[in-house]
Design a protein around this ligand. Structure first.
Ligand code: MSP
Length: 542
């Protein structure tokens, strides 16, 4: 059994959540559910970033205190996790006093280590990024990410000796060439470090909404330092036993490329300074785009996924995210794209496969999934080799965090099964079996059938087994659908449920799903009776 600790960024509460946040939380949950199926000790952290200029400004614009504003918005972020069916273990809020105390302790460690000094700073500040820019990194004088004009800021504050960590960071990069995935993001961060690192300002004197610098309460800690430390502080006070020793360092910090530098350069340097182990990996997924641009509230070009989730459920949204966008690359999404994939893949391919298979078992065998014909073993099935290869490749891709690649592999098998139905034509096999019955063959006792009956039984067994296997492989992506497939096959819900992680769940933990040990061809239990029902994915008619 391994350990798997994954984090999403802690999201800003200046505005309500949008599809980009839902995407990161959803994809993290896919990885989490797979690791729970493996039986790993899993921890899934998300959170909200509640200090800093932009939260203060957003609250002020609404006539609220920053805390009142944050209390309201955080409820919306909890709701997102529930809506996308994400099984998070804890949602950290940076205004939690326990986090605030931990951050002070952490920064004090860096100070005691001689890495923090006072100085004065002037620069161009983008409040949407909560970051300084140098002139040449602006696009037409505007922030490249938000298209906003930065403000000139000048103040006395504390600096962290980032420059002193340049060599150690380079060593870390050289020794761990896959610590940032995908590879081009590793190269991007590395070349930034190679260009030379300047010290960074880590406190603000002009802002009140933040955590006080422990040795100087006229300053607050820069919101990004406060935010990064959340990945470690959460484990110190979230409910659960020995979380720090069980889960630190994180297996993956997941995020998009907008915040790569903070995680790839500043965060490891801070951890080295304070004396903690570094995260094992960063995984940088791409941007969801609309009309060729990154979606963002600031830019005002966002697609709202929540009505789609309300109407069609979490599974189609999760499926769309992992099918439409190659994980680790940017991808364009749209409501039309969602509907078209829903119809062509969920309704026509998976949904149809399930309803044809169960209704044929119902019609030709009175609902009872036939046993293997005498003398036939699971390996004799024409699907056996492909099924085993699918499970194997899907696992490898999951383990490399190639989540969309894993789904693609599984989907090739869904299509293979639909072709199998056409090739075997069970409706013809059923006619031949009926003729055989009429001619008196197959009437000599249970388990003894004629060739035509045996051929039909073999096909129906293969279909049931293929669907069972799919319920294991697809659980991480579409958990409610995977459970519904098992129900239609007449499998008790409790079969194969892996032990869930002992960490306590903050937001409605679903069951751990079928164990990955079941991802083998031939594990279909005997004596099942299928349940037929309405289509799992009724077509969307426009
Ligand atoms: N508060 C900081 C993160 C601190 S982590 C220590 C922050 N918050 S954020 O609300 O702006 O979230 C940024 C993250 O949201 C991205 O890195 C990504 O995970 C997700 N996304 C926001 N917009 C997105 C897209 N358009 N597409 C994909 N993911 C997006 O930065």
């Amino acid at each position: 059994m391994g350990k798997f600790y994954i984090t999403t960024p802690i999201y800003y509460v200046n505005d309500v959540p949008h599809i980009g946040h839902a995407y990161t939380t959803t994809t993290a949950d896919v990885a989490v559910r797979f690791h729970r199926q493996l039986g790993d000790d899993v921890y899934f952290l998300t959170g909200t970033d509640e200090h800093g200029t932009k939260i203060e400004q957003a609250a002020c614009a609404r006539g609220l205190t920053p805390k009142q504003h944050a209390d309201e918005i955080v409820a919306r972020f909890r709701e997102v996790a529930q809506k996308v069916d994400a099984t998070i273990d804890f949602l950290l809020r940076t205004t939690d006093p326990k986090h605030e105390a931990f951050v002070q302790d952490f920064v004090q460690r860096c100070y005691d280590h001689g890495d923090i000094y006072s100085g004065s700073y002037s620069g161009l500040y983008c409040p949407a990024c909560e970051a300084y820019y140098i002139e040449e990194n602006l696009v037409d004088g505007l922030c490249p990410d938000h298209g906003l004009a930065p403000t000139k800021m000048e103040e006395d504050n504390y600096f962290f000796r980032l420059s002193a960590y340049q060599e150690r960071l380079l060593e870390h990069y050289r020794a761990n060439p896959d610590w940032i995935r995908p590879r081009h993001r590793f190269n991007e961060a590395l070349s930034f470090i190679e260009q030379g690192l300047d010290d960074i300002s880590i406190s603000r004197s002009t802002l009140k909404w933040g955590i006080s610098v422990p040795w100087d309460d006229s300053q607050v800690i820069y919101v990004w330092i406060d935010a990064l430390i959340s990945y470690l502080s959460a484990l110190h006070f979230a409910p659960g036993e020995d979380l720090v020793s069980r889960f630190w360092p994180p297996t993956y910090h997941l995020m998009a490329q907008d915040i790569l530098k903070f995680h790839a350069i500043i965060w490891p340097a801070l951890l080295m300074s304070a004396g903690y182990e570094l995260p094992e990996h960063l995984f940088i997924h791409g941007y969801l785009k609309l009309g060729g641009e990154k979606m963002s509230k600031t830019r005002g070009n966002v697609m709202d996924p929540f009505p789609l989730i309300e109407q069609y459920g979490a599974d189609p949204f999760r499926f769309y995210c992992l099918r439409e966008v190659s994980f680790g690359q940017d991808g364009t999404v749209s409501e039309e794209g969602f509907k078209s994939r829903y119809n062509s893949e969920l309704a026509n391919e998976l949904g149809n496969l399930l309803s044809r298979s169960t209704s044929m078992i119902d019609k030709y065998r009175g609902g009872a999934v036939p046993a293997q014909p005498a003398g036939r073993s699971p390996d004799d099935s024409p699907l056996a080799a492909e099924a085993s290869a699918t499970a194997q490749t899907a696992r490898e891709r999951f383990e490399e965090m190639d989540l969309s690649g894993a789904l693609e592999t599984i989907w090739v098998f869904v299509r293979r099964m639909n072709r199998y139905v056409e090739e075997q034509a069970p409706w013809k096999q059923a006619k031949e079996a009926a003729a055989e019955d009429a001619a008196g063959a197959g009437a000599t006792g249970p388990g003894v059938t004629g060739d035509a009956n045996a051929a039909l039984d073999a096909t129906l067994w293969d279909l049931a087994e293929g669907l069972r296997l799919l319920s294991v492989l697809l659980h991480a992506f579409i958990p409610a659908t995977a459970a519904a497939i098992r129900e239609r096959l007449g499998m008790p819900a409790a079969i194969g449920v892996a032990a869930s992680s002992e960490a306590s769940s903050e937001v409605g933990r679903a069951d751990a799903g079928p164990s990955w040990e079941e991802a083998v061809w031939g594990a279909l239990p005997g004596g099942l009776t299928v349940v037929t029902g309405p289509p799992l994915f009724p077509r969307i008619e426009d």
